[in-house]
Write a protein that binds this ligand. Structure first.
Ligand code: SF4
Length: 492
């Protein structure tokens, strides 16, 4: 058990899971080193800007319908507010929810605060936020500045807890603590586990689904109803009341191993809610495994087998048809590790060859102490041992990889990296929606999208003709491995 809710803050992924951001080698070499315990992180001699874990923490917390976010930081750290405010309102409106009790504010720390401290101001902001919005919980986030000057957030919480009748949860997401932005998910879930979730009073027929935005809400609800269960999509568009009772659920399952590990294993350790360990539901094998493992936990194996057979009959012949048109395509995948290894498997199911893969970090294990299933499965089943690089969205490395691997198509999950491939004239598909390859139907739609991309190339080609890249030929003639510090090895 590595989820420790007795600590005031979560431990970072580097310390807890042995996660790394610097590696260059191959799929099977990485697997070997991760399994035999010799994997070492590699430092970069040059690094472009990356993302802060506070953005991850607050981008998921701020989708809670009736909670207020307060970032105790300079205003620049709260840039996430801009990114989430529109989408969360749109998402909530789509399913008829009212966000009026939620807000995202910042204490706007300045130079004076860094000398004298700003806990009095924080206290006032918490009380004023409660007065104006009447949220059902307040999440207070730390930042580099509040962390460096040692702001005593616990004392502020104790003081305000005697004044306002709602939980105040502390989110320790100081940017300097970790190079892995996914640690921010753990910071958010640690706050939920320690300040919001209550011990169970009874058992329910709810399945917790840890995901981002729940776009397949309708489809999954229909599937789960067939087996007598109700999905609860965590944590976007949930209420504090719903979150306080997730300890009563029948099981927890996730659409992303990176995202789900802390909360899923934490609920299992603390309250005995089984966390389903499986491949994620991308493509044929992922969907089979995801539902079958859930079926084992619920005692519904036979019903799920029948459901899967029925769906396969509907979609597999159509997938086979389009697969023939994708034969021979070569792809590069650049995503966070959770989605990367599941997407790669789905691409191989379509007969597409992975010629290079880049993961934004790599978790040697999840919080159950086991190697991530999707990575393990890929290492054992991939038809080729493709080159693999771990880089925290270093676009200068991605450009180099794309230029040398010359794929027919690039798959990403971040628009910022997608556009670089297109500037090189390589068609790119951004899988922004986590349910883009969900199950058999998702795989079929995904196959059609790939076909569209590789056959309608004019936009990409026009763009690449008109763009001047900031990289010269010397840059592209370098060995990509040399971007990591020379003389260091990733282990043996
Ligand atoms: S917490 Fe630190 S790393 Fe994160 S946005 Fe603020 S200053 Fe930047």
């Amino acid at each position: 058990m590595v989820v420790n809710t007795k600590l005031h803050a979560h431990e970072t992924r580097e310390n807890r899971l042995g996660s790394i951001t610097g590696y260059s080698g191959t799929l099977k070499d990485l697997h070997h080193k991760a399994c035999c315990g010799t994997l070492q992180d590699k430092e970069r001699c040059f690094s472009q800007a990356s993302t802060c874990n506070a953005a991850c923490a607050f981008s998921i917390l701020s989708f809670i319908v009736d909670a207020a976010m307060i970032q105790h930081s300079p205003s620049g750290c709260a840039v996430t507010a801009m990114q989430v405010s529109n989408s969360k309102d749109q998402l909530a409106a789509k399913i008829g929810l009212n966000h009026s009790k939620s807000c995202y504010v910042c204490t706007d720390m300045d130079e004076t605060d860094t000398i004298y401290g700003a806990t009095e101001n924080l206290k006032e902001v918490i009380l004023e936020t409660y007065r104006r919005y009447r949220p059902n919980a307040i999440f207070v986030g730390a930042s580099c500045v509040s962390g460096v000057i040692g702001e005593d957030l616990e004392s502020v919480r104790s003081e305000v807890s005697g004044i306002i009748p709602i939980p105040v949860a502390l989110v320790y997401c100081e940017g300097f603590k970790t190079k892995i932005w996914a640690s921010g998910f753990d910071a958010a879930f640690h706050a939920i586990l320690t300040s919001i979730v209550k011990p169970p009073e009874k058992k329910s027929n709810i399945i917790n689904i840890i995901n981002f935005y729940g776009s397949a809400r309708k489809e999954i609800t229909e599937i789960f109803h067939e087996f007598g269960y109700e999905p609860l999509f965590l944590i976007s568009n949930t209420t504090i009341e719903q979150l306080s009772r997730i300890s009563e659920s029948a099981a927890t399952i996730s659409t992303c191993g990176t995202l789900g590990s802390y909360l899923g294993n934490g609920l299992s350790d603390l309250y005995g809610v089984p966390y389903v360990v499986s491949l994620q539901p991308h493509g044929i094998e992922g969907f089979d495994c995801w539902l079958s493992e859930l079926g084992k936990v619920l005692g519904k194996e036979e019903e799920i087998k029948t459901y899967l057979a029925r769906e396969k009959e509907k979609y597999l012949p159509k997938i086979e048809e389009v697969k023939r048109k994708l034969k021979g395509l070569k792809a590069v995948v650049g995503m966070g590790p959770g989605f990367n290894f599941n997407t790669s498997r789905a691409l191989q199911e379509l007969g597409i060859e992975i010629v290079y893969s880049a993961a934004w970090h790599f978790d040697r294990q999840y919080d159950d102490g086991k190697i991530p299933s999707a990575f393990d499965h890929l290492a054992h089943n991939s038809p080729n041992d493709f080159p693999l690089n771990v880089c925290d969205l270093q676009n200068h490395e991605m450009i180099h990889i794309l230029k040398s691997a010359k794929p027919d198509i690039f798959f990403s999950r971040h628009t910022g990296s997608t556009v670089w491939a297109m500037k090189l004239g390589i068609p790119a598909l951004c899988l922004y929606d986590e349910y883009d390859i969900f199950g058999y139907k998702g795989l079929l739609n995904f196959a059609y999208s790939i076909l569209d991309k590789v056959t309608n190339r004019s936009f990409t080609e026009n763009l690449s003709r008109r763009v001047k890249l900031p990289y010269n030929d010397w840059w592209f003639s370098q060995n990509n491995n040399h971007f990591l510090k020379s003389g260091e090895d990733n282990g043996s």
